[in-house]
Design a protein around this ligand. Sequence first.
Ligand code: ATP
Length: 292
Amino acid sequence: MTLTLKAYAKLNLMLDILSTLPNGYHDLFMVMQSVSLYDLVTLDENDSGALTVSCSDPAIPAGEGNLAYKAARRFFDETGLPMTGLDIHIEKHIPHAAGLAGGSADAAAVLVGLNRLHENVLDTRELIRVGSAIGSDVPFCALGGLMLAQYTGTLLSFLPALDFGKIVIVKPDCSVSTGEAYKAFDTAERVRHLDKSGMLQSILAGDLDGVYRRVDNVFEQFIDVSERVIIKGILRRHAASCACMSGSGPSVFGIFSSEADAEEAARTLRRSFKNVYVCDCVPRGIETVDSQ
Ligand code: ATP
């Protein structure tokens, strides 16, 4: 059987780091939203006895180095089901190492897809447990929508959906190492923490202006992406309700109540940046598009 799934990117509407845990991981507070920028992941079951991963983007590791491969291996190890043969193909659209969780989304699509092909042998809790062993954004990507992710990112709470309008995402050409970003937090002398309870209250009250005022990312205090100021300036000049970096960067997004303003902002940004996307919010992380 062949199954094709959309694996949606995520944005961090809020990202705060509460502390460094004894094991070196970080205690996080993240409000995350799935957006309509997606990779297409195809799972092709066969009887070759081999597990393969190919990707349309040569910059992404194929085979064992791909998070999709790790997800498939883990699925068969955890369920004890026999792996008779599986070819995974990723048609990449989400820019990688961008703070948009593209790799985690692909891994989540493999877990959700294989689970579907095997009559939902894992329930949601088990899927989250297996996903968190692959990467801390994988459980969110498997569920998606608007969620609060805490602790290492794997403790998830559903939040009520909000009508955010259009979102413009820009991925500047530079890249940021997530490890270096956390090191910068660990060695920072001072951290300005974010208004987390205000953010949750605003979401629960459906107060969009309250949410926009609080959209923020603690990494912006430590990571210097030179294009960020320029991108935020352009987004704001085109009437974005807020503008912020996602994850450990370097992608920057702006939320617009007017589609025309969002399109105009994107047109302006495309004069200077290759990777500019106009997106909507989506209510889930993974969606099946075709099954044969
Ligand atoms: P996050 O927001 O979770 O920090 P990110 O958007 O910064 O994620 P990814 O796109 O997930 O980063 O990729 C990080 C690295 O993982 C890439 O540089 C790549 O080498 C490796 N990788 C492995 N599998 C994949 C995949 N399927 N897609 C993208 N990158 C992958």
